[in-house]
Design a protein around this ligand. Structure first.
Ligand code: ATP
Length: 628
């Protein structure tokens, strides 16, 4: 494991750095310095219920007719964590670990759900998504990173977006965090994807942590930070988290199936069974507690394996399992909960106001957010090895094929038919390719956006504008290369104005297709659905663009559909641009037989309106579907 050695360098020792400041030698502030304030996170009588749907089997087994029922996922949970604690939440699959973590960090969805109870900071302030970012960070199970970015760039952009620091301060913070996380060896390695090898699983996980640590949060929430990692790397990640806690941070993490070495490292354990807390406290003392209520961990076995197996509720939920769970809950309520409650009350923490809690929370201004996001999007497009390479090869290949096949088709009946057919082909090329790349790239980027927007790292408007602007130079260049090769080889009218109308039409068509791709990927949850929808939209749009079927032959009830086909406007521009006002000796002007009824400026205007509409709808869907 290449990353395993790096982890040896992670923060085991205090590396104080001293600097000259105003004639004095001062210790430099470190990212891992304890903050002067100390925070306690406590939760009181949390219950979370969702409207769940019965499966067919459940309805048959329980003999019920109703489709939905109230499913209580977290049941009356209370507890606390204070500065320096590392609490690991364990339980079998479906026990409610992620749900509890999401409630504690105010990341829970309240759609078709009810939440009762309170999560408080220092017994006074409610944890909300408004104040969360000023003292806490949430590291999700998935690594939401740009695949074309290097490890260093991921951290750098996060620091630039979340902190209002100078360039020098930002780079110092990035260096420090890279060193603390043991990422020196892979700082210039690309994140990568399934198709392109990049960071290892452990390195990705540590990069995700580094991205969240740039703000120096006091409380860290982690959902399954070791999932998918080999046991050695998992052990090192857990050591790293415990080290953070020893340096004054509070760590709360869910863990699915730790091996015995990892388990023994846990300072504090919270065990869940079917949403009930059945243990909370010192990890190794749990063995004694369960022994006292009749669940002795067999000799030489890993307590965590025993707990997961023993405290498991099956789908059938037998009477015996229910009895066992009741006894475990009783044991917890009798022997553990009173101690937790009295400890919770006895720890007096300074009362903080909402204002004090959010003190020191800096954020880039609107304009700065826009600028950083623009730089980031440009970097993402420019350094994306697949997109640039394949798009360039694709456009050049299609242009050269067009050049060979459509070489000066002439102006007789057949030649004009060929030219009109090629306008349709060119429009289709500048629809399918951009819609496919945008759907793919935005579907990959969407989870990163959702997470960052949910964290209030930036606003939707600077994101949407920067994302749109960055496409202009790239797409215009592709269109220009294509137009130069194809326009003249087809022997189209040799007029500068007409060439630019041709170029502008295919460029706008391309933006319109990209906007449609953006809207579809924003509206649906995953890439597969977005791709299925693009086919559903584009195929009829192609059929209704006026060339395959003459517009005048369409019945009115279906004819109106031609007006929502963006391709119709582009094809009309290309045809009018070439043939308007011309007469031919043998045949009539093709425009009259095609029944197009608009003019070039109006077609351009409609394409512009469509671009804005699709982008507006994309923003609307992102706003609606985000958790903010
Ligand atoms: N919105 C919801 N609607 C219906 N059921 C839900 C909802 N959210 C969670 N659940 C169910 O609640 C239970 C607990 O889910 P949760 O994700 O918290 O479990 P977990 O302990 O983290 O599991 P795992 O280790 O498998 O990730 C699961 O059975 C899950 O299917």
């Amino acid at each position: 494991m290449s990353n395993s050695q790096d982890l040896e360098n992670t923060p085991q020792n205090e590396n104080n750095v001293y600097v000259h400041e105003g004639g004095e030698i001062k210790r430099k502030e470190s990212l891992f310095d304890k903050r002067s304030r100390s925070l306690k996170l406590s939760w009181h009588n949390l219950s979370y219920t969702v409207k769940a749907k019965y499966t067919k089997e459940e309805r048959a087994r329980l003999g019920v007719q109703e489709k939905y029922y109230d499913k209580e996922i977290v049941k009356n949970a209370s507890g606390y964590c204070e500065q320096g604690d590392a609490l690991f939440i364990m339980g079998s699959s479906g026990a409610g670990k992620t749900t509890l973590l999401n409630i504690l960090s105010d990341q829970i969805s309240l759609k078709n759900a009810a939440l009762s109870g309170q999560v408080l900071i220092n017994d006074s302030i409610r944890v909300t998504s408004d104040n969360f970012g000023s003292y806490a960070a949430y590291i999700t199970q998935e690594d939401y990173l740009y695949e074309s970015f290097t490890c260093e760039k991921c951290i750098e952009f996060a620091a630039r977006l979340r902190l209002n620091l100078t360039r020098e301060e930002t780079s110092e913070r990035v260096d420090e965090i890279i060193e603390k996380m043991g990422l020196q060896k892979c700082r210039k390695t690309m994140v990568g994807s399934e198709a392109i090898k990049g960071l290892s699983g452990g390195e990705k996980r540590r990069t995700s942590m580094a991205v969240e640590l740039v703000t120096n949060p006091e409380i860290l929430f982690l959902d399954e930070p070791t999932s998918g990692l080999d046991s050695f790397t998992a052990q090192k990640i857990v050591s790293l988290l415990i080290d953070f806690a020893n340096r004054g941070k509070t760590v709360i993490a869910t863990i699915h199936q730790p091996n015995s070495e990892v388990f023994q490292k846990f300072p504090k354990l919270l065990l869940l069974m079917d949403g009930h807390t059945i243990y909370q406290g010192n990890t190794m003392e749990s063995v004694e507690h369960f022994k006292s209520i009749g669940h002795q961990v067999p000799e030489f076995s890993n307590p965590s394996d025993y707990y997961l197996k023993e405290f498991y509720i099956s789908f059938e939920r037998t009477e015996e399992e229910q009895k066992k769970m009741n006894a475990l809950v009783d044991g917890y309520n009798r022997d553990i909960l009173p101690k937790i409650e009295s400890a919770m009350e006895s720890r007096n923490y300074d009362q903080v106001t909402e204002k004090e809690l959010q003190k020191g929370m800096t954020k880039a201004s609107f304009l700065l957010q826009f600028w950083i996001l623009l730089c980031r999007s440009a970097y993402n497009v420019f350094f994306h090895p697949m997109i640039i390479k394949f798009k360039t090869i694709g456009i050049l290949t299609i242009a050269l094929v067009c050049m060979a096949v459509l070489w000066d088709p002439g102006e007789d009946r057949e030649g004009i038919r060929g030219t009109i057919g090629s306008f349709l082909f060119i429009t289709a090329t500048f629809t399918f390719a951009p819609i496919a790349t945008t759907t793919r790239s935005f579907s990959a980027e969407k989870p990163v956006f959702m997470k960052e927007y949910g964290n209030k790292t930036y606003g939707l408007i600077p994101y949407a504008i920067s994302n749109s602007l960055v496409e202009i130079p790239f797409e215009s260049t592709y269109a220009l290369i294509f137009a130069i090769i194809v326009y003249f080889s087809m022997g189209l009218e040799a007029e500068v104005g007409k060439f630019f109308i041709f170029l502008f039409a295919i460029t706008l068509n391309s933006f319109c297709a990209m906007s449609m791709g953006l809207f579809l990927s924003a509206a649906v949850p995953n890439e597969e659905s977005a791709i299925a929808l693009t086919n559903l939209f584009v195929a009829p749009a192609l059929l209704l663009c006026g060339v395959p079927v003459n517009l005048g032959t369409l019945d009115p009830w279906v004819g109106w559909l031609t007006y929502i086909s963006p391709l119709r406007y582009t094809v009309e521009i290309l045809i009018r641009n070439e043939y308007e006002g011309r007469s031919f000796s043998e045949i009539e002007n093709p425009i009259s037989s095609l029944d197009y009824n608009l003019n070039i400026p109006f077609n351009f205007a409609i394409l512009g309106v469509m671009i804005l509409t699709f982008r507006g709808l994309a923003v609307l869907f992102l706003r609606i579907t985000s958790k903010r």
